[in-house]
Design a protein around this ligand. Structure first.
Ligand code: NAD
Length: 516
């Protein structure tokens, strides 16, 4: 074991042991109420902080997926045999079962995902909030009665799909896992979820703690492995009735294709290139703080990152100068340090992608106002995937850096003149996930917000999200919605029931009524 990394390796082993997940190899799957090791190829995780080996585990493989789907099918039947109120009660208890484990979960997430510990603690709270919120919906999913123009009573039920397959990315694994698990089970489904192979453990820990609190065995299953093996086994499994995917547009296409092959619907929550629009009349202090939170929180590894800052020309120089100064003062450091605001990029491939996008933008004439390099003053052990907060100007609309998702701490700042230009620029990408407007003119704020082709829009704010409010994208940012009642509805399908109420059945279409 390299001494630089021994601390992280030991700490991770301690956390997995505390959760009962450590054996010879980590028990990297939660299937049918048991922690199981994978059966496929070995996968090595590197520490985002040091870039050195952290841990190895084995890909789940097709046979574990098979077991997981069978377990979810049985678990779902047991779940639906309970009353709706009982399901709600058990979900509430499950949410509270995380109590006492918050710090372990936050530490686990922080080490493997490389996220600042303060962010991870916040995410554990969100996990609990999501289960509490959807627990309340269990006994409030009413059907409808349709006033059909015949003697029938026609009512509509919202029924679960059965077993849903969920696939999540590495940037907020625990949050994303709960985000999709909670509505899925509240709607009455069983689940098999595959987290990113880069961040396998926190989803297992959450599922295990929830299920052990009294959910039916096998209701939730977590399988870990890479897309082409475990992922493909899941998306291609005949027992999966719906696919819910959170990740990149490239993989999203493959998941939707796999669903289409079997005529199974999908929800896709994909990437973004969100525009953060600052008008000259905005409060500049707030707009600059908002611009930093928009792009540098989570080191820009956020689907809603405000990676394009559009600033009205009169305020352009001042906002750029203040943003670059503020960016240079952000506390970049070890995720375990309580003061750290920004940690490393999660993995080598992503780090390389970000660096090469910056480099090619520079070759095409973009200019760095700050960043673009390793941050200075990092502790010796921080030899991993760190990148200083980066601000680029002199960017033209046709550059890849203005069009494609970077998924790192890199913002391009572009000027605009009139409101019309801001709207046009904001909408000029293939994505449509989020956006923001900063202005003190309320009429303009609402006018511009309504013209942005984005699933979430903030006015004089950024990154406010809550499980109660719907979330999702337009265009290449995906389709379908998560969170809120909209997110719940994605997990049910309607069934229309016709009941004849006439003394003599009117269904006959010329038959019956004494005939035969
Ligand atoms: P990714 O698409 O590479 O991987 C996401 C998941 O898909 C992983 O679990 C991966 O193993 C799996 N996968 C890949 N190919 C597969 C296949 N053929 N079959 C089955 N599974 C497969 O994405 P990533 O790099 O992990 O995450 C970053 C992306 O996620 C960014 O684009 C980001 O914007 C997006 N994201 C979107 C949201 C949202 O809510 N819209 C939230 C977080 C992240």
């Amino acid at each position: 074991m390299n001494s630089l990394n021994s601390k992280a390796v030991e700490r991770l082993a301690e956390l997995l042991t505390a959760l009962g997940m450590q054996a010879e190899l980590p028990l990297s799957n939660w299937v049918d109420g048991e922690l199981l090791a994978g059966q496929g190829e070995s996968i090595e995780l590197l520490d985002p902080v040091t870039g050195l080996p952290l841990i190895r585990y084995r890909d789940a493989g097709g046979s574990l997926v098979e077991r997981a789907v069978a377990a979810a099918t049985a678990g779902q039947r047991e779940w639906m045999a309970l009353t709706a109120s009982e399901r709600g009660r058990r979900m509430t208890v499950a949410a509270w079962a995380l109590r006492g484990h918050e710090e372990t979960l936050a530490q686990l997430e922080s080490i493997v995902a490389g996220k600042p510990i303060r962010d991870c603690r916040g995410e554990v709270n969100k996990v609990r909030e999501m289960f509490e919120y959807y627990a309340g919906w269990c006994d409030k999913q009413h059907g409808e009665v349709i006033p059909v123009p015949t003697s029938h009573l026609n009512y509509v039920r919202h029924v679960p799909y059965g077993v849903v397959g969920q696939i999540t990315p590495w940037n907020a694994p625990m949050f994303t896992c709960a985000w999709q698990l909670a509505p899925a089970i509240a709607a009455g489904n069983g689940v098999v979820l595959k987290p990113s192979e880069m961040t396998p453990f926190s989803s297992i820990a959450v599922a295990m703690l929830l299920e052990r609190s009294g959910l039916p065995r096998g209701l939730i299953n977590i399988v870990n492995g890479v897309g082409p093996t475990t992922g493909a086994a899941l998306t291609g499994h005949a027992g999966i009735a719906k696919l819910v995917f959170v990740g990149s547009p490239e993989s999203g296409r493959r998941i939707a294709q796999a669903g289409a092959e079997r005529l199974v619907p999908s929800v896709l929550e994909l990437g973004g290139k969100s525009a953060n629009i600052v008008f000259a009349d905005a409060r500049h202090d707030d707009a600059v703080a908002g611009a930093q939170a928009a792009i540098f929180a989570a080191a820009g590894q956020s689907c809603v990152a405000g990676s394009r800052l559009l600033v009205q020309r009169e305020a352009f120089d001042e906002v750029c100068e203040r943003l670059a100064r503020a960016a240079g003062e952000i506390a970049v450091g070890l995720p375990s340090d309580e003061a750290t605001l920004m940690g490393p990029v999660q993995n080598a491939r992503q780090h390389q992608h970000i660096v090469s996008m910056i480099e090619s933008a520079r070759q095409r004439g973009a200019r760095l106002l700050c960043g673009g390099h390793r941050p200075q003053g990092l502790p010796q052990e921080a030899s991993g995937y760190f990148l200083a907060p980066t601000v680029l100007v002199d960017v033209t609309e046709d550059m890849a850096i203005a069009q494609e998702e970077v998924f790192g701490p890199v913002v391009v700042v572009m000027p605009f003149d009139a409101e019309e230009d801001a709207v046009r620029l904001a909408n000029a990408t293939r994505f449509g996930l989020a956006g923001a407007v900063w202005t003190q003119d309320p009429a303009r704020a609402h006018r511009v917000a309504s013209r942005l082709r984005a699933g979430t829009v903030w006015i004089n704010s950024y990154k406010a999200i809550n499980v109660m409010s719907p979330f999702g994208g337009f265009g290449d940012s995906g389709f379908g919605r998560s969170s809120g009642v909209e997110g719940l509805k994605e997990y049910t399908v309607t069934q229309s029931v016709w009941v004849e109420t006439a003394i003599s059945a009117s269904v006959a279409m010329g038959y019956g009524n004494g005939v035969g």
